[in-house]
Design a protein around this ligand. Sequence first.
Ligand SMILES: *Cc1c(COP(=O)(O)O)cnc(C)c1O
Length: 429
Amino acid sequence: MTPLDFDARHLWHPYTNVLAPGPMHLITKAEGVWLTRDDGGQMIDAMSSWWCAVHGHRHPAITSAMHTQIDTLPHVMFGGLTHDPAIELGRKLVAMLPDGLDRIFYSDSGSVAIEVALKMAVQYQMAKGETGRTQFATIRGGYHGDTWKAMSVCDPVTGMHGLFAGALSIQHFLPRPPVGLTDDWSDDPALNGIGALSDLLDHNARSIAALILEPVVQGAGGMYFYHPEYLRQAQALCRAHGVLLILDEIATGFGRTGQMFAMDHADIVPDILCLGKALTGGHITLAATIASEEVARGIGESAAGVMMHGPTYMANPLACAAACASLDLLASGDWKTNVQSIEAQLRDGLAPAATLPGVRDVRVLGAIGVIEMHDPVDARIAHARAPETGVWLRPFGHNIYTMPPYIITPDELSRVTMAMVELAQGSSR
Ligand SMILES: *Cc1c(COP(=O)(O)O)cnc(C)c1O
């Protein structure tokens, strides 16, 4: 059996039919924006490997930090023990996050960070005597991960978990914020989506622990960009009703939207923040759930006292070392000009798609470029074409999109936008 035959016969891939996995590429090496296949061919990773590799693959500063770490302490349990990489990373996060968010819970993936956030919210509410607050509110079009409770706050249709609808706990779904990012804000609560939230909280607040949102950019639930004013008003309503606000910045954090965090577009600070994906610059898995002092103190002073969660690989030193190096690269500040240039070039490069017959919308924010089609796009077509175009794209739902590494050059990015427009053309009917 060839390696690819073995893979097809024995290995599950994400959201893929085991009996018809479609085209598969064997990657032997990654460097910068380039992925190398076993046949020697190369493709630009226009996905940043699911939005993580913001500095490109195998950045020397990150791999060297990892080499040093692996030679001294690759892992140790975090219960009762601590280590410099966790502490250093904590210092960096506290320094870069807004005041008031400084109680850090490390975990090993984004979905787990969401589970932890949801548990924190319930434990906090219990601590306050609000034992009825066990449900969550969210907006349609969201995606918060693949684990059981995280699935329940994903969009019931576009959030990839519709299949499980009957088995998931029922949460409160509000309409997607109707005012788009670049639209003029409407003060009419019936038109700006705030009326629906206000109604929900007026009638159900005592059963709701938290509102969970991806700020400004909804990722895997549909790549929709909404108006930051929604976040400001939502936060005010949550406060008035004793409902915590959880922001999921797993996709948007670390510069992707043009601000360090998407919440900066709205200038708000949530009660609980979730980070993941680009935290290690895409080199190894790590996530964090960061609570306000109020939430941490509430849980600490409760009868239970402890936060009831503790992943085996919590605060893995190797991952923390990679994250420290990645945050140092961001601290140099180059990401901001890079993301601005990417944004400008994406606007130009994707504009030709807007007039194609099958295209519903073209939108860009920071280093995110989306061509939304009227019909669903077959990812397998993009996968099959990648060796020819030299661009690795993985469309989902109706969206052909890119989230390139920030270090991509203008020439490389032109190849990406051309491949996207071409794919939109091929998918247009
Ligand atoms: C990817 C993602 C998650 C889940 O993270 P995993 O590391 O895949 O578990 C959660 N929320 C958002 C917004 C994401 O983009």
